[in-house]
Design a protein around this ligand. Structure first.
Ligand code: 13P
Length: 250
C-alpha cells in the first residue's frame, strides 16, 4: 500500500488571456468550492495568467504551476523567466520537459538543469517524459523512458522525492484523442517507478499519466495502481470537464 495523494494537473498550454483565465477560475470555484477528499489539483496557465489565476484561486486548495522556467536564477537571458519570478506570481510548481518543448530543442541536459532550478526556487517540478509513435513501434519505449528519467532525476536529492512529480505522456497520445489504454499506461508508469527506485524512494514518487485524458476515460486510467493522477491538456480548458476529471480521481 502507498499513501500517494492523486494529483490532477491542468496544462493550459498557450491558451487563455488573463480575463479568460479569471473566468475559468470563477467557473471552477463555483463548480468545486472545495476539492473531493484525497485529491490534489494544480492549474498550469501561461506566464501571463499566473498572477491572475493565483489571485482568483486564493483561499482555494488548488495550486498553480508554470509551464517551464529558465535554468538560470537571473541575468542577461532575454525572454526567459526564472523560477523565483513565477514563484512570486503565485506558482508553487512547474511543468518541465514537456514534449512540445523537447520538440523545440529542449534536451535531457536542459530539462535536468531546469529541474534543479525549480527545486532551488521552491517549486515542485512536474517532469514530463514519453515516447514517440515511431519509438513505440520500434519497441524502444523503455530505453527512451530510462534515458529521459535518469537524466531528470539525477539532480533530485533523495530527500526531495515528495516534491517531484513525473508525468508519463506518450507523444502519440497528446492532443490526438487517442489515449493510451489503461494497460499500456500502467505498464509504463510501473516501469518508471522501478527505474526511479535506483535513486529515490519510489513508493513516495507521484507518477501521472497524460495524453487525451477526458472525463470519459479518467476513471479507468486512475484506478491503475501505479498511476497517481493525470496531466490534462485539452479537457482542462473547460472548468466543467476539468472538474469532472477531478471528481473521477476522488
Ligand atoms: P491533451 O490532454 O490535450 O492530450 O494534452 C496532454 C498534455 O500534453 C498535457 O501536458
Amino acid at each position: 500500500m502507498h499513501d500517494r495523494l492523486p494529483l490532477i494537473a491542468g496544462n493550459w498550454k498557450m491558451h487563455k488571456t488573463p480575463a479568460e483565465a479569471r473566468e475559468w477560475c470563477a467557473g471552477f470555484r463555483s463548480r468545486l468550492p472545495s476539492l473531493p477528499p484525497g485529491v490534489e489539483v494544480a492549474v498550469c496557465p501561461p506566464f501571463t495568467a499566473l498572477e491572475p489565476v493565483s489571485s482568483a484561486l486564493r483561499g482555494h486548495p488548488a495550486w498553480v504551476a508554470a509551464q517551464t522556467i529558465s535554468d538560470q536564477p537571473s541575468g542577461p537571458h532575454t525572454g526567459e523567466i526564472s523560477g523565483s519570478m513565477v514563484f512570486s506570481c503565485g506558482a508553487r510548481g512547474v511543468i518541465l520537459g514537456h514534449s512540445e518543448r523537447r520538440a523545440m530543442g529542449e534536451t535531457d541536459v536542459m530539462v535536468a538543469a531546469r529541474v534543479r532550478a525549480a527545486l532551488d526556487a521552491g517549486l515542485r517540478p512536474i517532469i514530463c517524459i514519453g515516447e514517440s509513435l515511431a519509438e513505440r513501434e520500434e519497441e524502444v519505449t523503455l530505453q527512451v523512458l530510462t534515458t529521459q528519467l535518469t537524466a531528470a532525476i539525477a539532480v533530485v536529492r533523495p530527500s526531495e522525492v515528495d516534491r517531484v512529480v513525473i508525468a508519463y505522456e506518450p507523444i502519440w497520445a497528446i492532443g490526438t484523442g487517442r489515449s493510451a489504454t489503461p494497460e499500456m499506461a500502467q505498464e509504463s508508469t510501473a516501469a518508471i517507478r522501478e527505474l526511479a527506485r535506483k535513486r529515490l524512494d519510489a513508493n513516495r514518487l507521484r507518477i501521472l499519466y497524460g495524453g487525451s485524458v477526458t472525463p470519459a476515460t479518467a476513471r479507468q486510467l486512475l484506478v491503475s495502481p501505479d498511476i497517481d493522477g493525470a496531466l490534462v491538456g485539452g479537457a482542462s480548458l473547460d472548468p466543467e470537464s476539468f472538474a469532472m476529471i477531478v471528481e473521477a480521481a476522488g
